[in-house]
Design a protein around this ligand. Structure first.
Ligand code: NDP
Length: 323
């Protein structure tokens, strides 16, 4: 039993994750024992399983875990983990890319159509009994739109593939120009926003993208502008967005993510030109099971001495502690 690796699980995860990990490892579930229990086990913890909705993994936590070798994150976004600090501590960070790409792209398209065609509003109209009295007002259309994708990575490309089928013109902004796609590249976000009227945000969160969709970008998008955010709430300057929606600087927004989840600003809740989702980009049983399995498999592979399956780009691998 002394050889069984000890894994810290700060916050609840899908039962299939904790059940599988519990069969193989000794788990410390902080939500059951209380955060105070961390000190009693910290010196022995070799693995950590977490989610974006979990505990931030920062320098302070890493400093408390001298034997930590690996952090397995449930999700492709890991802005809640200080991956650079983990690298300094020689700790591998893994995530769940690819298995959720198509699902999140589906959600983005659903949110885009819902926002532009005002589908949730139309549903509410029927339920309110308004249809017999008058037709639902004509909505904006995707047909005369130009779409900008901010972040042409795995998910951004999957969104672009779907939009190709919709027959709408695309352009994009990312850190680098990609020569294998036919879409115009904009080296800065404001220039992309000025060239399109519909902006889909699908970058990572974190300091590099924080508040990058700001008042100037929204102004460049213009009065027909539609903003779709399926990335992270931190990427959009939320007060600037609220003001832009209120003032008519842009037309509408579809948001799956928010600055302070699960709290959604009352101003957004009150607006009729906004579609709000509770961070459900990857939230289907099918995809969450695949994410859960990869979260487990990364830890199992690591402690079987087969290395991490899907390390984040910043991760130190081969790992000095296991080399
Ligand atoms: P990738 O790493 O494959 O793609 C990220 C893209 O963003 C790349 O095109 C990258 O540029 C670009 N990018 C990164 N930093 C910057 C920057 N500072 N300025 C401009 N562009 C930047 O990630 P995925 O496509 O797999 O996932 C993207 C994000 O989507 C995740 O990090 C996560 O936060 C979010 N997400 C949200 C979900 C939800 O439920 N709403 C579910 C899953 C993911 P380059 O091409 O030059 O490298």
């Amino acid at each position: 039993m002394t050889d069984t690796p000890e894994i810290l699980v700060p916050r609840p995860m899908m039962p299939t994750v904790t059940e599988q990990l519990g069969r193989r490892f000794r788990l410390h579930k902080l939500w059951e024992s209380g955060d105070g229990a961390l000190d009693a086990v910290a010196a022995r913890v070799r693995g950590l399983a977490t989610t974006a909705a979990g505990h931030p993994v920062d320098e302070a936590l890493l400093a408390k875990l001298p034997k930590l070798e690996i952090i397995s994150n449930f999700g492709v976004g890991y802005d809640h983990i200080d991956a650079a600090a983990a690298a300094r501590h020689g700790v591998v960070v893994t995530y769940t890319p690819d298995v959720l790409t198509e699902e999140v792209a589906d959600t983005a398209l659903g949110l885009l159509l819902a926002t532009v065609r005002r589908l949730p509003q139309a549903d509410r109209y029927v339920r309110a009994g308004a249809w017999p009295k008058a037709h639902f007002p004509l909505s904006p259309s995707l047909r005369d739109r130009r779409i900008g994708i901010y972040g042409l990575g795995r998910i951004g490309r999957a969104i672009a593939r779907r939009l190709d089928g919709f027959g709408v013109p695309l352009a994009y902004h990312s850190r680098t120009r990609h020569t294998d796609v036919p879409y115009p590249y904009h080296p800065d976000l404001a220039s992309l926003a000025a060239a399109v009227d519909t902006l889909i945000v699908i970058t990572p969160g974190g300091p590099d993208t924080k508040n990058s969709v700001n008042a100037a970008v929204l102004a460049a998008l213009g009065p027909r502008g539609v903003l779709i955010n399926v990335a992270r709430g931190s990427v959009v300057d939320e007060p600037a967005l609220i003001e832009a929606l209120r003032a008519g600087t842009i037309l509408a927004a579809g948001l799956d993510v928010f600055a302070d989840e699960p709290n959604v600003p009352a101003e957004l809740m009150a607006m009729d030109n906004v579609v709000l989702l509770p961070h459900v980009g990857s939230a289907t049983l099918y995809t969450r099971q695949a994410m859960a399995q990869l979260t487990v498999d990364n830890l199992v592979s690591w402690f079987d001495d087969r290395g991490p399956l899907t390390p984040v780009p910043e991760t130190p691998w081969p790992n000095p502690r296991r080399a």
